[in-house]
Ligand binder design. Structure first.
Ligand code: URA
Length: 429
């Protein structure tokens, strides 16, 4: 039971570089969730945390207080082990779409509670909602039944799961306090621990298109999250993966679903396949099934069968033709040469400005909008040949999208050698 404190006293303690007690943290998170601490007080504390940090005990207490603000789910009645994956957010990051059915096809259930996109990073639910009929909202009973049957579910987190995080995340988003490691780690891990997964693989993105711009910061975030998961009895590992360059060849909604289906059909971009299989191996190992080879389940069509069953179970038509944007605009390569840089942030912003993402959480997204790039770093390009195709229903958006792509890519002289860093940079676990 939290003692009674005073919000100003807690804010001043953190402002002056102090350490908050368990009782102060429990009280503050609970009082904020109930509305007894005002938004301006919590945003002031969030800024003090961003500037002065928190030690591991404070982060663990903050996470526990956010879990205690809502319900906890329980999958222990399922006949198979559970594993989930969480990405800290990237551009073109459609990995959840092929990954969840792939791991389900390997016999491990995947309870994937996902979000909608905000800002330049896309949201898994927005992508799946481009499939006619598909619905993101499931009751806990529907979710359990689908996990027992199909083995994979991707749906919206219910209102009851870590409500403190929902309120705090929305506040951080408009107060410049998203990028604090204690706040990101507790936000992600409170939801994943409350969700009740047995194993968790974190995909911590590093680079221009990610919250964490440097490998050192990403490793610190990964270490904090892995420790929080393990302490809560969730078998947790993290991969640090590149997000200087966007994944695959598409950023948007329907176009990312199409690319994911190509992967499930045994094709698709090499980097998307590589990361999907790497994360699947980690999830299977963490769930106690290191003996199963996910690459084989992609090749033999069983992952595709699981995808079709997962989409149908949520009302979607897996054979439906997906929405296509009404307008397109092609950007051509300025010269013959080699593409040496494709900036994830520039592409993410362009897709967002074309209507694939939203500026406010109540805004609609366009299913067909987004960016297709026709070359990846290291590829040869030809003067006048398409380099990007911009897609939208609202052509007045092209100018601002083109402005965000400007300076977002480099074409070097023909024959220039190009070496990018590996996609999987490190592992923490
Ligand atoms: N994703 C989350 O769920 N929370 C954060 O704070 C950042 C990314």
């Amino acid at each position: 039971m939290a003692g009674t404190h005073d919000a100003v006293e807690v804010i001043i303690a953190k402002r002056d570089g102090g350490t908050l007690s368990t009782s102060q943290i429990d009280w503050m998170v609970d009082a904020y969730t109930r509305g007894a601490v005002a938004d301006e007080q919590m945003s002031s504390l969030a800024m003090a945390i961003l500037l002065n940090g928190m030690d591991r005990r404070e982060i663990a207490d903050w996470t526990a207080a956010m879990i205690a603000s809502g319900e906890r789910m329980d999958f222990s009645s399922l006949s198979r082990p559970t594993a989930d994956k969480h990405s800290t957010g990237g551009v073109g990051d459609k990995i959840t779409l092929p990954l969840a059915p792939l791991v389900a096809a390997c016999g491990v259930a995947v309870p994937q509670l996902s979000g909608r996109g905000l800002g330049h990073t896309g949201g898994t639910l927005d992508k799946l909602e481009s499939i006619p009929g598909w619905r993101a909202l499931l009751s806990n009973e529907e979710m359990l039944a689908q996990l027992e049957g199909t083995g994979a579910v991707i749906c919206a987190a219910g209102e009851g799961l870590a409500p403190a995080d929902k309120k705090l995340y929305a506040l951080r988003d408009v107060t410049g306090t998203v990028e604090a490691i204690p706040l990101i780690a507790s936000s992600i891990m409170s939801k994943k621990i409350a969700e009740g997964t047995g194993a968790l693989v974190l995909d911590v993105k590093v680079g221009s298109g990610a919250f964490m711009k440097s490998v050192d910061r990403a490793r610190e975030l990964a270490e904090v999250m892995v420790a929080l998961g393990k302490d809560a009895g969730v078998n947790t590992v993290a991969l640090l993966t590149d997000m200087d360059t966007p994944l695959g060849f598409t950023a948007g909604n329907a176009i990312e679903v199409t690319e994911s289906i190509e992967v499930l059909a045994g094709g698709g971009p090499a980097d998307v396949v590589e990361l999907t299989v790497a994360l699947a191996r980690e999830m299977l190992a963490a769930a106690g099934r290191p003996d199963i080879d996910p690459a084989q389940k992609l090749a033999d069509g069983s992952a595709m069968d699981a995808w079709r069953s997962m989409i149908s179970a949520q009302g979607g038509d897996p054979s439906a033709v997906l929405p296509v944007a009404r307008e397109s605009h092609v950007v051509v390569a300025p010269a013959d040469g080699v593409l040496t840089r494709l900036d994830a942030m520039a592409v993410g912003l362009a897709a967002w400005r074309l209507g694939a993402g939203r500026a406010r959480k109540e805004d609609p997204v366009q299913a067909g909008a987004g960016v297709v790039w026709h070359a990846r770093p290291g590829d040869t390009v030809t003067a006048g040949a398409p380099l990007f195709t911009l897609l939208t229903d609202t052509p007045e958006r092209f100018d601002r999208a083109l402005a965000s792509l400007e300076g977002g890519y480099d074409v070097a002289a023909p024959g220039t050698a190009h070496e990018s860093r590996p996609l999987v940079i490190d592992r923490v676990g």
